[in-house]
Design a protein around this ligand. Sequence first.
Ligand code: SAM
Length: 250
Amino acid sequence: MQIKIKKSFSGKEVPKNTKFTYDKTSKRRPAWILIKNLPKNIMFLSTRIDGKNHHYKVYLSITIPLFLPTNYTKDEMRKFYDKFAEIYDDKIGSRNSKAAKFLFNKSKISKDAKILDLGAGSGISSVPLVKMGYKNITLLDFSKEMLSKAKLKNELKKCKFVKQNISNLKLNNKFDVIFSIFSFASNSYFNYEEMPTLWKNITNYLKPNGIFMLMGNDFEPPQLLIKKIKSGKYEIVSGYKAQWYIGKKK
Ligand SMILES: C[S@@+](CC[C@H](N)C(=O)[O-])C[C@H]1O[C@@H](n2cnc3c(N)ncnc32)[C@H](O)[C@@H]1O
């Protein structure tokens, strides 16, 4: 694969001979490009790969020099997270743990509840739950490497792990609680067309009166399936408020 990084969209030039590493498992284009030592505030890249133009963007934070194609596929997103796993905890840190704790403090959930963490990643949203006394947690994610990081965490030793795509959920159990911390933004992970099926699938894996909670969601489940209990905004970093939602299966 021949890759030329041409320039950033912001007009900032990427210095010639800038060193970068990239995903070598994809045929069409890399699922990620990592450029350490890039001039600050470069969010977009224009590249030429095997004679074709491809555009890339930083994902989640401008301080993480890991680029993803602007029109990425789900498989590219999965591979991106496999790479991101190396630095995810350092970069995202405790802020998602706090968000999970915030959600669970908002609802009265029995410590024996059977809980599913959707898009659990490296487990930083499940760790605080174990610390709060929750005993029965399943972590589900489509990135093998993110889950590998989760499996290394002492607090999560007694949890179950499922490597699966949320879009095609096939589980053997139903849960008292299903929650997701920053893995449910439609603009990042799901598109509008697939949401009706996705909502039905998720609801299917909730027990009657089961609780569904989201942090960082940009749309809510249909009231016909899940009755909204509470929602609001949570200041995840100074100046940025994330949407949260709590509902109950009908
Ligand atoms: C921003 S991270 C959040 C991880 C974790 N909930 C936390 O609070 O740190 C988003 C996670 O969603 C996972 N993800 C995205 N789309 C997914 C999908 N369709 N199926 C399964 N996991 C998915 C990614 O692999 C990643 O681990």
